[in-house]
Design a protein around this ligand. Structure first.
Ligand SMILES: C[S@@+](CC[C@H](N)C(=O)[O-])C[C@H]1O[C@@H](n2cnc3c(N)ncnc32)[C@H](O)[C@@H]1O
Length: 286
């Protein structure tokens, strides 16, 4: 029998197996703690926009490796559930639950945002961080609404582009969208603020509260980032894993190359960064 706080043993996959992984299973294997560019600070700010209170039930859609959900447990004393389509992500999330002994506060399982395996009106808050931008929101938002209790809040932490983006910047954004679509096989799209809000109002959400951050590259300090990634030890662990894989596999080198190409176009490009940012938006279920 497995003892508490002991890592579940899983066989190390071969380089060929890793090359074959879907993008987010690969990211799960890399143990990336979270993806939102605003870091855990933006996630905590979103919780406040959702009027979070102790003992609430919070559902994380596309929870990844679970770090931001577990951060809600630590910071706000809530109960969390998380679903993700990538099984490797869920495996890593459950490892974290186990390591922190939070089995009575957190539950992660594989699942699909379009078909949530939860009863109607079962959560106080539903959170989507860097997930809805990869989804067909006209299919996903009705599901988010269904599982929320009346007066419950949906909160999203997603990227957006300004409506008045000039054509050359828009072209660069489109290139980045295309790269992420190719990498993930998902319909990654940067919506405008108005479009995101329209998804809320069209799906029965009212009392919208929002905050936006442009120039993402400067939104998060390197100190916060190092802290959020588990300190220097966490950063070196991930870099070591990355370098080892890149040395062994051309396919994986290509994958990392595409990721940095897309990120440069969205985050550090001098023209696009003035028009691209992340949005924290919350709305109440009527
Ligand atoms: C960019 S990551 C964000 C992970 C996490 N929310 C975070 O901010 O760190 C997007 C996640 O959405 C998941 N995902 C994509 N499509 C999904 C779907 N239809 N249902 C559930 N999860 C999905 C991916 O597997 C991935 O873990």
């Amino acid at each position: 029998m497995q003892k508490k706080n002991e890592n579940p043993i899983s066989a190390e996959p071969s380089v060929e197996d890793i090359e074959q992984m879907d993008y987010y299973d690969f990211m799960g294997y890399m143990e990336v703690p979270f993806f939102m560019v605003g870091g855990l600070e933006s996630s905590e700010r979103l919780a406040q926009l959702c009027d979070i209170k102790p003992n609430m039930r919070v559902l994380f859609i596309g929870c990844g490796t679970g770090e931001s959900a577990l951060n809600y447990v630590r910071k706000f004393d809530v109960n969390v559930a998380g679903i993700d389509i990538a099984e490797k992500m869920i495996e890593e999330a459950n490892k974290r639950v186990h390591q922190e002994g939070l089995e009575n506060k957190a539950e992660f399982k594989a699942g699909d945002a379009y078909d949530l395996d939860f009863p109607d009106k079962s959560f106080d808050i539903v959170i989507s961080e860097f997930v809805s931008q990869f989804l067909d929101c006209s299919r996903a938002f009705p599901e988010f609404h269904r599982v929320l209790k009346p007066n419950g809040r949906l909160g999203i932490n997603e990227m957006f582009k300004l409506d008045d983006i000039p054509p050359d910047a828009e072209k660069t954004v489109n290139e980045a969208e295309q790269i992420f679509r190719e990498l993930t096989n998902l319909p990654f799209t940067l919506y405008s603020l108005e479009k995101w809000k329209q998804y809320f109002t069209d799906n029965g959400f009212i009392d919208l509260q929002s905050e936006e951050q442009l120039e993402i590259g400067s939104a998060i300090s390197s100190r916060e980032m190092i802290h959020d990634m588990g300190g220097w030890k966490g950063i070196f662990k991930m870099l070591g894993k990355m370098i080892k894989l890149m040395l062994k596999s051309k396919k994986i080198r290509k994958k990392f190359g595409m990721i940095s190409k897309a990120k440069r176009r969205l985050i550090s490009n001098r023209t696009t960064k003035k028009y691209v940012g992340y949005l924290l938006l919350s709305g109440r279920r009527k």
